[in-house]
Write a protein that binds this ligand. Sequence first.
Ligand code: URA
Length: 232
Amino acid sequence: MRLVKLIANLGYGSRKEITQAIRNGWVTDRDGKTLKADAKTPHEDILFDDEPLDPPQGMVLLMNKPVGYTCSIKDQGRLVYDLLPDRYRLRKPVLSTIGRLDKETSGALLFTDDGTFLHTVISPKSEVPKIYEAELDRPMTGKEAEIFASGEMMLESETKPLKPAELEVLGEKRARLTLHEGRYHQVRRMFAAVGNHVTALSRTHVGGLDLDGLAEGEWKHLTEEEKAKIFR
Ligand code: URA
């Protein structure tokens, strides 16, 4: 891909702006040599304004989403994209979240610009479990684990029962729940269906991938090894 298109697709500016940036000498290789528009320099050796270029298509990010941020690229209020560099919103192909978390849910949220990878993670065939920790309004009754694991639980206005989910009691009003599918507001609706109310919810794992010490609002690029953990 030509240098102008490559850099413009990463969101650094319009093609016109990148053409001008190249003319201004802002695009160099690692030795400081100014690159021309027809340069064939490998992606990892290109610097823009003395900084290495963002990764090419195929990047996967993990964010510890804070409460109060919406998983949307354009919506009212605070958005998860506000926590990333502005140019990430302008990338082509688009950087999407892999699934969603509610505005009031925190924790592990993945992003990618690789459609095949996105579909692999969300495909039921991949069987990627998601683990949540919930704080509850009321003590549990002791029946929840059996109901959630039954494979027969129906949520209001749905026609198919939920797949079995595993509940681990962490305290009188604290539970860990492992889901094998992703229905709308699933955790909150499951507890509501057994007469309880989730007061705080966080996703700790997507497959075998955890937050690995990321603080709320922080994010990182995943290595190949970390990406593989999702499917373990
Ligand atoms: N279940 C919920 O209720 N909310 C989420 O964000 C994810 C799962």
